[in-house]
Design a protein around this ligand. Sequence first.
Ligand code: FAD
Length: 485
Amino acid sequence: MKLRGISAACFIFVCLLGSYGALGRGKQVPLASTCSSPKRIAVIGAGAAGTSFAYSLGRSKVQDDVSITILEASLRVGGRAMAWEYNGISVELGASIFLKENQILYNATREFNLTFEAERSVRGGRPPWGVWAGDGFAFQASKSSSATLARMFWRYGLAPVKTARLARKAADDFAHGAYGTTTDIKRVQDLVRSWGLAEVVGEPADKFFKERDIKELFTDEIIQAATRVNYAQDINAIDSLGALICMAAANGETVRVEGGNQQIFEHFVAKSGAALRLNSSVLEVQRVQGHADSAYKVTTADGQTSTFDAVVIAVPWKHEPFILLENFAKVPRPIEYVHLHVTLIANLTASPAYFGTTDPPVQILTKPHPNTPFLSLSWLSDNTIKIFSLQRMSDKVLAEIFKDFSPANVFRHSWDSYPLLKPDYLSKESYVQLDEGAWHLNGFEGVFSTMESQAAVGRAVARVAELWVEEQRETSDCYGSRSLG
Ligand SMILES: Cc1cc2nc3c(=O)[nH]c(=O)nc-3n(C[C@H](O)[C@H](O)[C@H](O)COP(=O)(O)OP(=O)(O)OC[C@H]3O[C@@H](n4cnc5c(N)ncnc54)[C@H](O)[C@@H]3O)c2cc1C
């Protein structure tokens, strides 16, 4: 078994401000007429979900019938996939790894001639990973994987094997469903059902594994260590499917893109044919009532209003109203996000006495303990460390861990990383389709949040949008006369 959380790459500052293409150079555009051709589609948010949508629709059979504009609040593409050059290496501050079997990301990496990053090595004969319990290590892997397996068998019996099987099945079911062609996805519940995940979602993870006869010690130490490093959540709070996704990553072969995973999404934009408007924070989307076709007025923070035939909202919906939606049949359900602190430390040479050993594991995962101020702590290189924590790692706390720590060598970033994956999330409706020609891609994140699943939601909704465009073509007067002519 291999546990690997975090990673690397470089922050590419793409500044394509003012690339307005389809929008008439940012001027107010008249409302869409029934003859509007091609269909103008706004994508709000240039992360995995929005860019995957644009890429899929922009290369679909209706590609000549759509004009896509991506509106992104920040000055870059990638959203929560963001790499940062630090201490001579490229470090992922957000999404760091994906499974090799994740078809969308893996195939895109190959297609765009990006390189998978080689495994980094950290000097010395240190254990690759261990689980810190607050006063000592509950478990430490060995350098040899067969010795680790033997140690695991001795401590946890067959629990690792049984858990790996459950995680494998969830990953296979996801792959079977998510890469299929279903278009019946009005709600997040429909996605979960058609992606074959309904049976493994909706229970607290500790209860789920107990019912499946997984030894509690394994759940408490190993599965929980994985849920804490990947989703910053303890085993009694996180949903069963969230925990299975963590274990699928722990058991599977994971990869990352050299120079930063966000490059995949930059290529999605470039190959989609979409116009990209950076620095364009959307404040309001208004559905124009009484209009024959659907039409949406989109207003950005700079005061511009543009009109589109359809709108795809690809941003996390954290609180209400996040973006003001007027006259929509449905609105997204707000989701509570974990606020995560990422701390990078450079130029540490001495081994921290804190862990009571001169050779601590390269990746330190954790069991909850009141004295442990972090969720995970990993050496990315011999002298670069990355820490995930729920509280800011103050200089004082860092000095308690590292005796040669200098405040000048610290970089801190914090963000709303992923949702609290609550077992009752699906008990209330959560909508993908908000109205005629309007979709939201981030409701699925309440089930679990990864680059691949969000890219898969984007791709699935692109198929629905494709049908919508075809339908519009058949029903609209001008398309009708074109085909008659
Ligand atoms: C620390 C961390 C570690 C993670 N680790 C992994 C991992 O190892 N593997 C993995 O697969 N996933 C991981 N994830 C989760 C993964 O990053 C997300 O699931 C995925 O990137 C979400 O993509 P998205 O497009 O749905 O949302 P986002 O990436 O958040 O994209 C949304 C975009 O919308 C923009 N936006 C927001 N509001 C507006 C507005 N009003 N107008 C216009 N634009 C707006 C944002 O700027 C952003 O670019 C991690 C996340 C974090 C933070």
